[in-house]
Design a protein around this ligand. Structure first.
Ligand code: ADP
Ligand code: MG
Ligand code: ZN
Length: 476
């Protein structure tokens, strides 16, 4: 039996307005090579100037994962050449990164958590893009020198599912912090997966293989499963040494396999040395205090929802995973409704309808305040739960948000008035004298029959709690 060992490197594109070492915009440009200047084109003599916003965002991330934020960190040159990198080196951080020794917690299925160490997070400059068109290759440097935060985990994950949980948690955190758009398809959240196996009980790690180019959570899982299988087969067939060596592989989406791309460089190959054009980064105490001001993050939110609002752990995890969902939920509560009811209306009623329409919470046609108000109308007995569902259905298809008008239009106003309900009950009793006799002779189960008849006669408009109460009175 084998144990799987996984460590992840994630490149998060920071959402600063300008690049990391020049004032070119990071925003999308229609024309290739227009978001460029002598510095990001690496023309001789042009000097880099560090963007303080990138530093601030990296620091906030550090505090979000309980890490050490180094007051002094160093930019190094990492030597390698690709056509899309005009400097012939990448500016990155090496032995003194801005953030190290952090941690993050995975929410496992059994409601427990698992700690994963974050080795380090360092700032670096992105490369441009090579565009291959048949025999012609072009280079677009609009993306060159966009700020990246590379977040490296300890080799703490033990399954493909844990790796995906880690990525989702990290994704959630950087979105809460608003330091990145973190869009996997668009490449602002990219991940490299390091995978090895070892026989259960063995102390030393096996040889790690790095898989690059994985752009969805689904592919991360598939790539790990494929790679683990490949390594186990090599081990069992006696070819582990020959077939599993430190290398970089690519995930081939079409074939569903990992393919060898190149042998893995080790750090000596990169000829790291401190960039003589950039002084050490020194952050002030004031910057540190500022960077500590971060929003409430998913773990703290889940704890608060469970302890203070009495929400089930599982539901809290689901709601807090996406900041837009948590903020929607919190805005619903401003209508002073019971948190548990709000959970049901958000996760079952609204999300159910959104899923059907292929929307996510950010595209909901019904905003949180409106949904909160609607739920409050159930709680104050203006309408029944069933009536509220009809109103929600109506609003999903229409622009009207005047809930009272919709209740009128659909005739959903609930009758709570005793005399009106009693009139219906008396009628039901008069029409069912035989059942009344049976009930009185001990057939308790018939109570449900009377409730049903009364609700039906009121066309669902009677307040069920009132119906129960008044029926008990009438039937003695
Ligand atoms: P490099 O830049 O050379 O890939 P890093 O130190 O940046 O090196 O990243 C190494 C990654 O590989 C880390 O996420 C680490 O946890 C992981 N890792 C190291 N050893 C193993 C191993 N034996 N099996 C799986 N992952 C590993
Ligand atoms: Mg790597
Ligand atoms: Zn520039």
């Amino acid at each position: 039996m084998f144990e799987i060992v996984i460590g992840l490197e994630v490149h998060v594109q920071l959402n600063t307005k300008t690049k990391i070492f020049c004032s070119c915009p990071t925003s999308f440009a229609h024309e290739q090579n227009t978001n460029t200047c002598p510095t990001c084109l690496a023309l001789p003599g042009a000097l880099p100037v560090l963007n303080i916003e990138a530093v601030r965002k990296a620091m906030s991330f550090g505090y979000a994962v309980n890490a050490t934020v180094n007051q002094r960190s160093i930019f190094n040159r990492k030597s390698y050449f690709y056509p899309d990198s005009p400097k012939a080196y990448q500016i990155s951080q090496f032995d003194v990164p801005i953030v190290e020794h952090g941690e993050l917690f995975l929410d496992l299925e059994d409601d427990t958590t698992k700690r994963v160490g974050i080795t380090r997070a360092h700032l670096e400059a992105d490369a441009g893009k090579s565009i291959h068109e048949g025999a012609i290759s072009k280079v677009d440097l609009n993306r060159a020198d966009t700020p990246l935060l590379e977040i490296v985990s300890d080799p703490d994950m033990r399954s493909a599912d844990e790796a995906v949980l880690y990525l989702k948690k990290l994704h959630s955190i950087v979105r809460y912090l608003d330091i990145s758009d973190a869009n996997m398809q668009e490449g602002s959240f990219r991940c490299d997966v390091n995978v090895s196996i070892r026989p259960k009980g063995q102390q030393e790690f096996g040889t790690r293989v790095e898989i690059k180019n994985i752009n969805s959570f689904k592919f991360v899982k598939a790539a790990i499963q494929y790679e683990v299988q490949r390594q186990i087969e090599a081990y069992e067939d006696g070819y582990y040494e020959q077939e599993v060596y430190q290398e970089t592989r690519l995930w081939d989406v079409a074939k569903g396999v990992t393919k060898s791309m190149r042998g893995k460089e080790d750090s000596a190959d990169y000829r790291y040395f401190p960039d003589p054009d950039l002084r050490p980064v020194l952050v002030t105490d004031e910057m540190m205090e500022e960077a500590k001001k971060i929003p409430e993050l998913p773990d703290a939110k889940v704890a608060r929802y469970v302890d203070k609002l009495g929400i089930k752990h599982y539901d809290a995890v689901v709601i807090c995973a996406q900041k837009e969902m948590a903020y929607y939920f919190e805005a619903m509560l401003e209508s002073n409704i019971a948190p548990k009811t709000a959970v049901t209306w958000l996760t079952s009623e609204l999300l159910g309808r959104l899923n059907k329409a292929g929307h996510d919470i950010t595209e909901s046609p019904v905003d949180a305040k409106t949904l909160g108000t609607l739920v409050s109308k159930i709680e104050d007995n203006t309408i029944s739960g069933k009536g509220a569902k009809d109103v929600l259905d109506y609003m999903m298809e229409s622009d009207s948000r005047d809930i009272d008008a919709i209740i009128d239009e659909l005739g959903l106003a609930q009758v709570s008035d005793d005399s009106a309900i009693l009139a219906i009950i008396d009628d039901v009793i008069a029409r069912n004298q035989d059942k009344v006799a049976e009930y009185k002779s001990g057939k308790d189960k018939l109570f449900g029959f009377f409730v049903g008849q009364t609700m039906k006669a009121s066309k669902g408009s009677a307040n069920p709690a009132k119906v129960n109460e008044l029926l008990k009175e009438r039937l003695g």
